[in-house]
Each structure stands twice: as C-alpha cells, then as structure tokens.
Design a protein around this ligand. Sequence first.
Ligand SMILES: *Cc1c(COP(=O)(O)O)cnc(C)c1O
Length: 230
Amino acid sequence: MASVAENWQDIEQQIQRACEKSSRKPNDINVIAVTKYVNTERMIEALEAGIEHIGENKVQDALPKWETLGDKGIWHFIGHLQSNKVKDVIGRFHYIHSLDRHSLAKEIEKRASAKGITVSCFVQVNVSGEQTKQGIAFSEAKNFVEDLRIYSHIKVVGLMTMAPYEAEPESVRPVFSKLKQLQEELRQHHWSHAPLTELSMGMSNDFQVAIEEGATFVRLGTSLVGNDEK
Ligand SMILES: *Cc1c(COP(=O)(O)O)cnc(C)c1O
C-alpha cells in the first residue's frame, strides 16, 4: 500500500487540475481524510502528512479512535446519525455532515445547549432521489433549512450530498451542480442561522468533478488513506 503522503501528493495534483479547469483556488478546497476503513496508525500517518480533517461515519468505531487522537485534527461526523448517539458526537466532532431530519436537530440542540456550544452542521440532501440514500428530499431542503432557525445552537454551515456510485464520474456532474444551485438560491435569504458557505461533496471516485462544480469539502477514503477491508 502506498503511503498516505504519496497518495496525498497525487491528490493535490488532481485538485490543482480541477481548480485550473474551473478557475478556483486550491486553498478553498478542504480535504477530509475518511478513516472509517483504517486503523489509528494510518490516521496518524494522515495527520503527519499535514491533513487536518478527519472523517468517520460510525459512532461506535470512531469513539476508540477519538480517545487516542481526539485532541488532534478537526473531526467530521459524515455518516447516518441515530438520535441516541448524538450525545457521543457533541463535544467531540467539530462538524456533523448528516443533518437530515427534525428529530435529529432537536437532539443536537438539546445536547449542544447543555454543553453551551454551537454545532456546525451540513444539511444532507438526497439530490439524486435514490431510495437507498440518506438525506432530506431535494424539494424539502429549503423549508427544512429555514425551519432550523429555531435551534439556536445549530449553525448550518453548508449542504452535503452523496452522489450515486457511477463508473464514469462525469455522469454525476448534474447531482453536484444541482446542490450548488440550491446553495446559491438559499444563500440569497441571508439567514443568520444558515450562512451556507460550504459544500461537502465528492468522494474518491468523483471528487474532481465535485470540485469543478463548487465543492469546498471533499471526503476521501480509499484514494487517500486506503481501505483495509478491500
Ligand atoms: C465512506 C465515505 C466516504 C469516502 O469514500 P471513498 O469512496 O472511500 O473515498 C465519503 N463520504 C461518506 C459519507 C462516506 O461514508
């Protein structure tokens, strides 16, 4: 397996190219190392390679890793979040990427206000409409984001989506451009609870296309830190 530093060099070049194609600045792209398939040693390698964002998608797997490395890096919870697990996430993870329902928002609010902190959240949108995908329906996203203003300890920093897996990443470009359009539409409202400056989209298979369409956070597992389960 290649070192994280080697993978990182390749990815930085790919980001550079995607930015050149779309007149964007590489500095505006944040890379999250998705470490759900790898152990803490590999996570340390990522941190030492200079990657500061860590992404995990299961609370029970993330907690032991957090116990070891929680004081390092910026932690992103990227998976489906059950309400009964919110108490373990608040105060540990700096960002939640999967806010997609009121029951979850309510629980985040409760736990965040008890700790006196504000939690930065992405609203996850099911742009493609696939049944298997989490996220609020595209048509309901505007009302949902607006209604989140009642939760004073939640800050909606952006929108997140997962594109369907396609062998040809070009074919998911419309998913990313639709999320970008929605972001621009919602930002016109200047809601103080929802600055919506960020777009979390793009994974190993499709991040170049996501960057060309406006991603500010890409979530890279396999291509960056590898996958011990494969
Ligand atoms: C696993 C996962 C990723 C990373 O997937 P790769 O294809 O390995 O890069 C990104 N986002 C979410 C939500 C994930 O669950």
